[in-house]
Ligand binder design. Structure first.
Ligand code: FAD
Length: 572
């Protein structure tokens, strides 16, 4: 018999969005009980690895209007402007609140909060704590969350399914990784805060755990995934490992150079114009690829790359502002940035798309909310600006929780036996997987093939033919993934079973990405199609909705919430 736990609000994910949501939920209602379910110990969430900073207006020279406009333009006019307006207003409040909870933001000489330049932002508005921002933010949130005993943690619990009764979500089934048992965690509302899905690509800055689970859980419950075609490449990853060299290194003055030592972003017109190294990520990534294609890359054991040169910045500033970059480059690239340039190439970094939500984080399934990278509330449109994401987790984590609490108050508990039957079915599915020794497909083979086809079809530059080929390949991998061979039948810490569950989720997410990409016959933000090289507002100024149904994926459209920032050509 499945173990049953009861709470009011269930939050899946212990990263910045999940922890902020948990705190907001208990603060919104003195009675409420919150379950915080995470497949890893919360401090191991990907948020911890964020380096460069979090954006919010902090200086007199800046304004909410400017932050709003930069975000709208960065999104290539696909961001929802009501969402963006709310975001820029709340951003400074959230970062200040975090400081009151203990986040050690770096300061200027006069004691004011220090801000640095970031790509696509017209002025310095990225708050930082040296270059270990995610670590400090997550620590602050985690420690603050521990003040509330009404936040009950289920660490190392892998959520396998949303439990739905009578058209409302009423809980989740979760595999306790330590014991191998499947629990039913019942509640009146659920918030997905499960992060991104970079692992569907071979070369990514993303941690091992970013397998798109929340997106797949929502899609399996009939909720559409929105704008999945927009996958962000970060221009500066280390070749081989994909480890991120933060955009803050360009914010602090780093220059990109080709094999001839030329600062190519200013020499050639790639659309980044005068901003050069401070251009947005999509454009700089394309410029790097073009430079390599033109034969001005540098060859290495992991393919062609270009250089990120920090040598002119000087030891004192680098050690004070970018100590982690120095450490990463020395350890993982074998170069000392004080004296040598760092090899870099574009690397998959962030999913603009995700679970379709409105401004409150609500999805089309009553009681289900989403926030953080797994959600698509349409702040980022076709391209996210660096440092908006950490702030997004706070602003919309809090808002989703406040609305989930309101929803919980008016909602009943549902038919418990129907919910438990679903959890039992999940327990049986996981148990069958453990005994799946005779399956014919290896998890590693499917993963490799999935990664390869995603890079071929949905890379920095895309083409219709290769996108359609990827759609076909992913569909065949979907069939094959139902016959995985799992050789470990143990109950305790069965990582092979987890890998199998994650694999299924990754294939679902990859399907949504490739199908959505193949249908957008234009170039906008991170979706750059060689066959359709310009933006087409007349036919494609809409969000893509992708439903994953039993008969295959189905696409629909959703209108963009425009406002006072009129669409115009995106030039810097
Ligand atoms: C290397 C790197 C550097 C970055 N730097 C910056 C930066 O400087 N500024 C910026 O704004 N953004 C940055 N980003 C992006 C930003 O860090 C992320 O978008 C953000 O931290 C995501 O937070 P999240 O709370 O949505 O998810 P995550 O922090 O990824 O947390 C996801 C949580 O969900 C849980 N989970 C997932 N699946 C399941 C499941 N099936 N069952 C139970 N639990 C589950 C995990 O255990 C985890 O706790 C960076 C990203 C990377 C990869």
């Amino acid at each position: 018999m499945t173990d049953v736990c009861r709470h009011d609000v269930i939050i899946v994910g212990g990263g910045a969005a999940g922890l902020r949501a948990a705190i907001a939920a208990v603060e919104a209602d003195p009675e409420i009980s919150v379950a915080l379910v995470s497949k890893v110990y919360p401090m191991r969430s990907h948020t911890v690895s964020a380096e460069g900073g979090a954006a919010a207006v902090a200086r007199d020279e800046d304004s909410l209007e400017m932050h709003g406009y930069d975000t709208v333009k960065g999104s290539d006019f696909l961001g929802d402007q009501n969402v963006i307006e709310y975001f820029v207003e709340e951003a400074p409040k959230e970062l200040t609140r975090l400081e009151h909870w203990g986040c050690p933001w770096s300061r200027n000489e006069d004691g004011s909060v220090a801000t640095r330049a970031f790509g696509g932002m017209t002025t310095k508005r990225t708050w930082y704590a040296t270059d270990k921002v995610g670590f400090h933010m997550l620590h602050t949130l985690f420690q603050h969350s521990m003040r509330f005993d009404r936040i009950v943690r289920y660490d190392e619990h892998f959520v396998t399914r949303l439990l739905v009764d009578d058209g409302n979500v009423r809980g989740v089934s979760a595999l306790d990784i330590r014991s191998g048992e499947v629990r039913a965690i019942l509640g009146r509302s659920v918030i997905l805060a499960t992060g991104g899905a970079g692992k569907i690509f071979p070369f990514t800055t993303n941690g091992r755990i970013k397998t798109g689970d929340g997106m797949a859980l929502a899609a399996a419950a009939g909720v559409p995934l929105k704008d999945m075609e927009f996958v962000q490449y970060h221009p500066t990853g280390l070749p081989g490992t994909g480890i991120l060299i933060t955009e803050a290194s360009r914010g602090e003055g780093g220059l990109l150079k080709n094999s001839e030592g030329d600062r190519f972003l200013v020499t050639y017109d790639y659309g980044v114009g005068k901003k050069a190294e401070l251009g947005p990520r999509d454009m700089i990534s394309r410029a790097v690829v073009q430079e390599i294609e033109a034969g001005r890359g540098i060859s290495g054991p992991y393919g062609e790359f270009v250089h990120l040169d920090l040598t002119h910045i000087g030891r004192e500033k680098l050690e004070a502002r970018l100590p982690f970059v120095l450490e990463l480059a020395r350890t993982y690239a074998g170069v000392d940035p004080l004296t040598e340039p760092i090899p870099i190439r574009p690397v998959v970094h962030y999913m603009m798309g995700g679970v379709d939500t409105d401004i409150d984080g609500a999805t089309s399934l009553p009681g289900l909310y989403a926030a953080g990278e797994t959600a698509c509330g349409s702040l980022n449109g076709a391209n996210r600006l660096g440092s908006n994401s950490l702030t997004e987790c706070l602003v919309f984590g809090a808002r989703a929780a406040q609305h989930a609490v309101l929803y919980s108050r008016g909602s009943s508990e549902g038919n418990e036996s129907a919910l438990l039957a679903q959890a039992e079915a999940e327990a049986a599915r996981v148990s069958a997987l453990r005994r799946h020794k005779k399956g014919s497909e290896k998890i590693s083979t499917i993963r490799r093939e999935l990664n390869t086809t995603m890079e071929e079809g949905c890379g920095v530059y895309r083409e219709q033919a290769s996108m359609l080929a990827t759609v076909q390949t992913v569909a065949s991998l979907q069939d094959r993934a139902s016959d995985l061979r799992v050789s470990d039948d143990s109950m305790v810490f069965n990582t092979e079973v987890i890998a199998a569950l994650e694999m299924k989720n990754m294939v679902d997410v990859a399907q949504a990405v490739s199908v959505s990409a193949a249908a957008r016959l234009e170039s906008r933000g991170a979706h750059t199609c060689r066959d359709f090289s310009s933006r087409d507002d007349e036919n494609f100024m809409h969000h893509t909705l992708c439903y994953l149904e039993a008969g295959g994926p189905r696409l629909d459209k959703k209108s963009v919430h425009l406002g006072h920032w009129e669409p115009e050509e995106r030039k810097y």
